[in-house]
Design a protein around this ligand. Sequence first.
Ligand code: GLA
Length: 344
Amino acid sequence: MISEFGITSKGEKAKLYSMKNGNGMEAAVTDYGASLVKVLIPDKDKKIQDVVLGYDSAIGYEKGDVYLGASVGRVANRIGGASFELDGKIFELTANDNGNSLHGGREFYNKRMWEVTGAEDNSVTFTIHSPDGDQGYPGNAEISITYELTEDNEIKIQYHSVPDKDTLFNLTNHSYFNLSGHASGSVLEQEVMIAADAFTKADEESIPTGELVSVEGTPMDFRDYKAIGKEIESSYEALVFGQGYDHNWVLNGSGMRTVAGMRSKETGIVMQVDTDLPGLQFYTGNFLVSEAGKEGAEYKKRHGACFETQYFPDAVHKEHFEGPQVKAGEAYSTTTVYRFSVEN
Ligand code: GLA
């Protein structure tokens, strides 16, 4: 189903695409920013819960700067010093985060109208043309993002591009999930699991030092489900630097696999995250202050948690970190799945 989703300050008419599956689950996405707007799922009491933070119309997405539901690129997360070298050339990016480049730096992908190049009952494909030099990155690229709602209650997100020059790609989805409902407040009592034996140590500006640190015996250990809030206020250096969880975990294994989970005892809703990528930024909304969200909701600090699948932050400056370089004419293709179920 397609409906109007507001008009941006540039006069662009945004649309909302709603998808339904046979289990009563629904998801909605908009062409403004290729953003994920709604995820509706019946909870253990058959009450419909919307478990993703968002805005009522494209205008909210245009004004907001906390990346609710956002598609982020060309390179999500941080590039130290906002520049990098590729094929012997230096590329300058915009420093928008303590002298570093965050989430593309400028002309953010989540602030653009995407073209709809495919829309079926259960899937929508958004495409943008990102020209050579866009945000400072080399190479022309048609970038497509496909959202699909499957009969297995999965929101499957596929990213694809073939650049015409060597470049960098590291796209992600920045949705904030709250499995007790988007307007229910803090997620600190909800539980999270991250299948990672290590995380990338970072400095005060969240730039990795290059060191992989074992999670064993630290508040970063999520190998078994635990409440997000259990150790979030600990004086462990990483948590002090991040003002809570805002770190990259070194995901165990490779290829498409389940890497994380979240669950709410209140609603019984469980979400599992699958990806083919090596890293996951688990971010607990530490910088949410007061965001006017859907249906009059007010989103504050730690009212949602993000599971941003990615190549490690600043990988372009760390030889032992995989990606995010992509060769001219070669395909950048990656998939992340958010899968939902309900426990009683
Ligand atoms: C990512 C970053 C955070 C923060 C959010 C956006 O998760 O790692 O530090 O910038 O995006 O608010």
